[in-house]
Write a protein that binds this ligand. Structure first.
Ligand code: SF4
Length: 424
């Protein structure tokens, strides 16, 4: 039997797409192996949000080539964001070991069809893509691409313009997942607040959420990633009435300085962002708020950075994903004057991480002594792992419940990343 290995870089959309490619390859009779050296085919699903992940991809393409030249296998299929912009580089590095390059802005099903047609000359409509068993939680992309063109971001270039999936297709997919035992669904989109906009429906996201909320068997609904500028209060109020929406909002703020936000073309001010968070806190009980922050954006001064630090202290995010600005090709920010030195970026990154970790620790410790509901996601080393609706990871002593169960636990300890618990 032919063997394949999949390596995924980047975001949850890539994870989702890789699962779909996995199904395609399994439908073709391929068997998955962990070791790249045993594989006949390596599928590399790339990410170009940061320079490092692009470098990793290219070095992996080179590694596959060295194996191929030595042993006659494996060959690679390269897809995702780097495949969209760096076809020439990939071919130059991978030479004959590259079976095909599938650009990340092509629709997923077209890429799957291409894989199918390359690997076996059978009509694509004979393919069956059934998921076999329900995982406790699943990601479901509802749209691809982005129209926002934030000046630092390569996504609109690599993934193309926004394209929403039809509502009935999404509902069918989720119904099948829930029927198979999935309890929690996370809807994915680069700017999920724009779901349906390309069909002329400005209420697409909330209508979709309302429809899923009514579904028999669904227990938790999440969605990623929101754009603060595109959230309206009416939508938030309607979300507040849903039974299964999780009290967790991931709202990337990126900077606390209005001057930098303008240069990033984010379309909102610090004051607007704070007012949005206040609305959310007023509408949802025990809500957790997480964010993304970039430090060292071109021309960022100490004062701008202090504004960001103050914002983090004011909002008290549950968690921040903080990154140093990374120049991405084809973006406006890469060409801006006033690039910040790496040393300064690193200092700011560490300083902000320290502030955030301290806040995260304090916010997590508030849970100690409380009884919370956990969705059991996995087991290992005599422990049970799961998440609470606020998206915090809980480590439970011993084996508690079964995969996919919703169980009550008492929080006994916390650090800045996890909560620790005992079953009740
Ligand atoms: S909204 Fe998000 S995905 Fe779109 S350009 Fe801005 S940062 Fe990139």
């Amino acid at each position: 039997m032919k063997k394949f290995n999949i390596i995924t870089y980047g975001c949850q959309i890539n994870e989702y797409e890789s699962n779909k490619f996995r199904e395609t390859l399994q439908n073709l009779g391929f068997e998955e192996v962990d070791d790249i050296k045993r594989a006949d085919l390596v599928l590399l699903n790339s990410c170009s949000v940061r320079e490092k992940s692009e470098e990793k991809l290219l070095s992996r393409v080179g590694f596959v080539r060295s194996l191929y030249e030595k042993n006659g296998f494996p060959k690679s299929i390269v897809t995702g964001c780097v495949a969209t912009t760096e076809e020439k580089k990939i071919k130059k590095i991978g030479k004959d070991s590259v079976l095909t390059i599938l650009k990340g802005d092509e629709p997923l099903n077209e890429r799957r069809e291409k894989i199918f047609n390359i690997l076996i000359p059978v009509s694509a409509d004979t393919m069956t893509y059934e998921r076999t068993k329900g995982k406790p939680f699943e990601f479901v992309p509802v749209m691809f691409g982005c129209n926002s063109f934030c000046t630092y971001c390569i996504v609109p270039i690599t993934k193309g313009r926004e394209k929403s999936q039809p509502l009935d297709k999404i509902i069918n997919e989720i119904e099948a997942l829930v029927k198979a035992g999935t309890k929690e669904i996370t809807l994915l989109g680069q700017n999920i607040n724009h779901y349906g906009f390309d069909y002329g429906n400005k209420n697409g996201l909330i209508e979709l959420l309302e429809e899923i909320d009514r579904m028999e068997g669904i227990k938790r609904i999440r969605f990623l990633t929101s754009h603060p500028a595109d959230f309206n209060i009416e939508t938030l109020k309607r979300m507040g009435e849903l039974r299964h929406i999780c009290p967790h909002f991931h709202l990337p703020v990126q900077s606390g300085s209005n001057r930098i936000l303008k240069l990033m073309k984010r379309g909102y001010t610090r004051e607007y962002y704070v007012s949005l968070i206040n609305e959310i806190n007023g509408l949802f009980r025990d809500v957790s708020i997480t964010t993304d922050i970039i430090v060292g954006f071109p021309t960022e001064t100490d004062e701008d950075f202090i504004e960001t630090k103050k914002l983090v202290e004011e909002i008290r995010f549950d968690k921040s994903f903080i990154a140093a600005f990374s120049k991405r090709p084809y973006t406006l920010a890469a060409k801006m004057d006033g690039q910040v030195e790496d040393k300064v970026k690193k200092q700011r990154l560490n300083e902000l991480l320290e502030v955030q970790n301290d806040i995260s620790l304090k916010k997590n410790r508030v849970y100690i002594g409380k009884t919370v509901e956990v969705l059991v996601e996995s087991f290992g080393n005599g422990l049970t792992f799961g998440r609470i609706p606020q998206d915090k990871l809980v480590i439970i002593e011993g084996k508690a419940g079964n995969l996919g169960d919703l169980i009550n636990v008492e929080i006994t300890d916390a650090d800045f990343i996890h909560l620790r618990a005992l079953p009740v």
